[in-house]
Design a protein around this ligand. Structure first.
Ligand SMILES: [Zn+2]
Length: 224
């Protein structure tokens, strides 16, 4: 029997560094990284019906309905028998119903861990609300790491600005929504005893190290 990789769900608020850590975990354990944001975009580019549907909700700033997300995730987990070999899910499940459906989809190959990447609100607020972006080339800056000259882009010389979405009020609103939405998912995994917390407030390399330590200590590749 071939060794399998871990089956993971990574939960965390915006600005917690979830995408970066999910990519690194997937590379480390040689499993698929399934980010729902990427899944939606790729599927839409391929002209996939569910992808086009998902993208139209995202473009309007609305949540993608459960049926659409579930359809795409189920399809991707079937590719190359990923449901068995292992994966890192990022951006999913977002609701309790999605968590329940995922358990059904994974029938016989249960999730190893749901990791809550915990970052204090002050830190994500500072990360996102401090973010600045070049209005022309999209280069990213931060109030802590501004461009060399008077908020003009080091790359192209255009004006560096704050995105409308990145204001403190707007970030706070998104964080509150996240809490309301994700609490039932956290409770679901706590009851299933698959929930672990990892401190995401440290430097990125430190966070990755503790993620790998946590996964390696809890994951049993001999389980089917
Ligand atoms: Zn620029």
């Amino acid at each position: 029997m071939s060794r399998r990789g871990p089956r993971l769900v990574l939960l965390g608020k915006q600005g917690a560094g979830k995408g970066t850590q999910a990519t690194r975990l997937a590379e480390h354990y040689e499993v698929a990284h399934l980010s729902t944001g990427d899944l939606f975009r790729d599927a839409a580019n391929r002209g996939h019906e569910l992808g086009i549907e998902a993208k139209s909700f995202m473009d309007r700033g609305e949540l993608v309905p459960d049926e659409t997300v579930l359809g795409l995730v189920e399809e991707q987990l079937a590719v190359g028998d990923r449901a068995r070999h292992g994966f890192v899910l990022d951006g999913f499940p977002r609701t309790r119903r999605q968590a329940e459906e995922l358990r059904q989809i994974l029938d016989g190959h249960p999730l190893d861990l749901a990791i809550d990447l915990d970052v204090p609100t002050e830190i994500v607020l500072h990360r996102i609300a401090g973010r600045r972006v070049c209005s022309q080339c999209g280069a990213l800056y931060h109030v802590d790491h501004p461009p060399k000259q008077n908020w003009t882009c080091d790359v192209c010389g255009a004006k560096v600005v704050q995105r409308d979405d990145d204001t403190e009020e707007s970030v706070m609103r998104r964080l509150e929504l996240y809490e309301i939405e994700t609490l039932p998912v956290i409770q679901f995994y706590r009851r299933a005893a698959t929930l672990v917390h990892v401190d995401g407030g440290l430097e990125s390399d430190e966070v990755f190290k503790s993620l790998v330590e946590t996964v390696t200590s809890k994951f049993d590749p001999a389980k089917p």
